[in-house]
Design a protein around this ligand. Structure first.
Ligand SMILES: [Zn+2]
Length: 209
């Protein structure tokens, strides 16, 4: 009673919050108060909680283009053979093969390069079991292992196809039922997800709780 609310953005966001029952939302309000009266709203933000990746995609949420964290399982694609690429050392772009060698279309010259992982995978949303295409870059060297040790892209690329397949199969056998907290980014151009980071495990197997 008697509260004065003048901030337009606050009203708009509050209406949005009340109308949208699809998502669990939190309203964070910083306001000015005098003797129990709400005098004005300084700032107002709706914090979204998405239970599934699908909800996030359907909402077109802004974090999709930045990155967000979600619990998923990872299943590596054994069929895809493009498992690494030549990466420009200056700008990280994938280099193109040209007559004169490797060319960076971004730097517009034959720059120095290094090898980089690009593993195709499926990620399974732990909350909905929906699956999505994904690609793993530098995190692959943490995820894959050879004789219990991390494996560099250089070592991996020097192995024959059978040995590479064995490494991927081992990873799938040992880890495909583990739920990882992943830092993901949606790539709208290809409609897949970049696995930016596999967050450290809080518990050994969260699926067992
Ligand atoms: Zn470059």
């Amino acid at each position: 009673m008697g509260n004065i609310i003048e901030n337009e953005q606050f009203k708009t966001n509050l209406q949005q919050l009340l109308q949208n029952k699809k998502f669990k939302r939190t309203l964070k309000v910083i306001y000015k108060e005098k003797q129990g009266q709400l005098l004005g709203v300084q700032s107002c933000e709706i914090i979204d909680h998405f239970h599934t990746i699908r909800q996030r995609l359907d909402s077109g949420h802004r974090t999709l283009w930045d990155s967000f964290e979600h619990n998923c399982k990872i299943i590596l694609d054994l069929e895809d053979r493009k498992r690494w690429f030549h990466q420009c050392k200056i700008c990280s772009t994938k280099m193109e093969q040209e007559k004169g060698g490797l060319y960076c279309i971004n730097c517009k010259q034959n720059t120095e390069y290094k090898l980089a992982f690009c593993l195709r995978a499926k990620i399974i949303d732990a909350n909905s079991q929906d699956s999505y295409d994904a690609i793993m870059f530098e995190e692959a060297s943490q995820y894959l292992s050879l004789n219990g040790k991390k494996i560099s892209v250089k070592t991996f690329s020097n192995l024959n196809l059978n040995s590479q397949n064995t490494i991927l199969e081992d990873a799938n056998q040992q880890k495909s039922d583990i739920i990882h907290l992943l830092q993901l980014q949606h790539i709208s151009k290809t409609d897949d997800f970049k696995i930016k980071k596999i967050m450290p495990q809080k518990t050994e197997r969260q699926s067992q709780k």
